[in-house]
Design a binder for this molecule. Structure first.
Ligand code: TYM
Length: 335
């Protein structure tokens, strides 16, 4: 069975983008893969996180993932900082990846913004840690949203260079799993910007714990244009907001843009937004309720995360120890 790894930063409440672009696909892969799902708190601190908020958000993220259908018994759910192998392998990868490769990462440029001198060095080597997350388990499939594509290409470049430099065939090639009409959900306020949990405007996104009234209000206020919906997908060109709402509708109904337009083409945004709101509430209300239930039982949540970290470490530790041996580190404890 192929091993799958994916991660999510506990840098806020997960959004509809996280859900449709990633988490929902994680759950679907659980049927026929061996999966590791990781709350990547080491990645989160590449930008400032208030410690109390980080603690709360890490547990909230774990609860949301469980509420979405992540199975912690047949698969593994854990916090990244609880498995030392990630940071150990990331250091080796810091020494394999080239500065030129990191300089081409568009997410660093976006996140560092204009004040690049003031960005943390962690933010710069972020993709090396991400490569370590995956390769520490010899995972071969990685379900993500479209924004992670470049990072996964880098993870493959790192693996190839490691294998080449040390004359081994140790780290396998990884295959990104980027699927569905919502692989890139855009902001509700600006159809050219990605929906993000760290966007300063709460109106730009649907959070997975938003209640029905909040969802209705955000969709009602979502930016659109004055034209009715087109009847074919070509009519969505140059209409990013319309494309985004149709894509969300398609993902929620497990169809595609064309099928949604077949049903709703010619409609104004008023009725379309009402239908979309009903779909969203139907999908998200049970997730919010289950998240609350899990957060009210912290002992069970902690037990799941403790067992997850132990089982993850049991896989990663021998792989990372072998990488250390290949690099030439002496381990007196093992001689
Ligand atoms: P993060 O926390 O930004 O997002 C988690 C997952 O959600 C996807 N996603 C989206 N998909 C569609 N539309 C959107 N607007 C949207 N926003 C986010 C992301 O693509 C991602 O799949 N670097 C990663 C976390 C990570 C990771 C890993 C992922 C760390 N190590 C190893 C895979 C493998 C990140 O910041 O995700």
């Amino acid at each position: 069975m192929q091993r799958v790894f994916s991660g999510i930063q506990p840098s806020g409440i997960p959004t509809l983008g996280n859900y449709l672009g990633a988490i929902r696909n994680w759950v679907r892969l659980q049927d026929d893969h061996a999966c590791l799902w990781c709350v990547v708190d080491l990645h989160a601190i590449t930008a400032w996180q208030d410690p109390a908020a980080l603690r709360r958000q890490s547990l909230e993220m774990a609860a949301v993932l469980l509420a979405c259908g992540v199975d912690p018994v047949r698969h593994i759910l854990f916090l990244q900082s609880g498995v030392r192998a990630h940071a150990q392998l990331a250091w080796i990868f810091n020494c394999v990846a080239r500065l030129g490769w990191l300089n081409r990462m568009t997410q660093f440029k976006d996140k560092a913004g204009k004040d690049r001198e003031n960005a943390s060095s962690g933010l710069y080597v972020y993709p090396n840690l991400m490569a370590a997350d995956i390769h520490a388990y010899h995972a071969t499939r990685v379900p993500v949203g479209d924004d992670q594509r470049q990072h996964l290409e880098l993870a493959n470049d790192i693996a190839q260079k490691f294998n080449h430099d040390y004359g081994v065939d140790f780290f396998p090639n990884i295959e990104p799993v980027i699927v569905g009409p919502a692989a890139r959900v855009m902001s509700l306020r600006d159809g050219t910007k990605k929906m993000s949990k760290s966007d300063p405007s709460d109106q730009s996104r649907i959070n997975l714990n938003d209640d029905a009234d909040t969802i209705a209000l955000k969709i009602r206020r979502a930016k659109t244009d004055p034209l009715p919906l087109p009847s074919g997908v070509e009519g969505l060109n140059e209409r990013p907001e319309a494309r985004n709402l149709v894509g969300i509708y398609a993902a929620l109904t497990d169809t595609d843009h064309a099928s949604v337009l077949k049903m709703h083409g010619g409609e104004g945004f008023g009725p379309f937004k009402s239908a979309l709101t009903a779909l969203l509430i139907d999908k998200l209300a049970p997730i919010a309720a289950e998240t609350d239930r899990l957060l009210n039982d912290p002992a069970t949540l902690m037990a799941i995360l403790r067992s997850g970290a132990e089982r993850a470490a049991a896989i990663a530790d021998p792989i990372v120890q072998e990488a250390e041996r290949l690099v030439g580190f002496v381990n007196p404890g093992r001689c």
